[in-house]
Design a protein around this ligand. Structure first.
Ligand code: ZN
Ligand code: ZN
Length: 129
């Protein structure tokens, strides 16, 4: 019974987030709602939700989880690893893909950038040197 409740909590809380937390970051958030929830439980459930196709996963190290299954891409900060969703579509050259002998099934693009707070820190550091 307790396990079912925690499963539901994990799934519903992840779906509310836009931040793509790692299991550990997510543990900190969930502990505020359920003090008895363990990191192992969270990790195990996130992996099983991912296998069932209920959530997304970004293969960073450690992996980040995504509660939003709608079709979107990610921009990742190369400095702090923060991830933002982007919902504009990136043009894909289908002809080039077909030339390689593939039929396009879908795509996920990860864009790298420097987020505004890292850009500020970097500027400050450069000034101080
Ligand atoms: Zn950053
Ligand atoms: Zn996302």
């Amino acid at each position: 019974m307790k396990n079912t409740k925690q499963r539901e909590l994990i799934l519903s809380e992840l779906r509310k987030l836009k931040t793509h937390p790692t299991a550990e970051e997510f543990h900190k958030i969930l502990k505020k709602k359920d003090n008895n929830i363990g990191l192992c439980t969270i990790y195990r459930n996130l992996e099983s939700f991912y296998e069932q196709g209920l959530i997304g996963k970004i293969n960073t190290k450690p992996a980040k989880y995504d509660g939003d299954l709608s079709s979107h891409s990610h921009i990742r900060c190369i400095s702090c690893g923060k991830i933002h969703d982007i919902f504009f579509s990136v043009p894909i050259n289908k002809v080039e893909i077909e030339k390689l002998g593939y039929k396009l099934q879908g795509y996920k693009i990860e864009i790298n950038g420097l987020c505004s707070s890292c850009a500020k820190t970097k500027k400050r550091r450069e000034k101080n040197v």
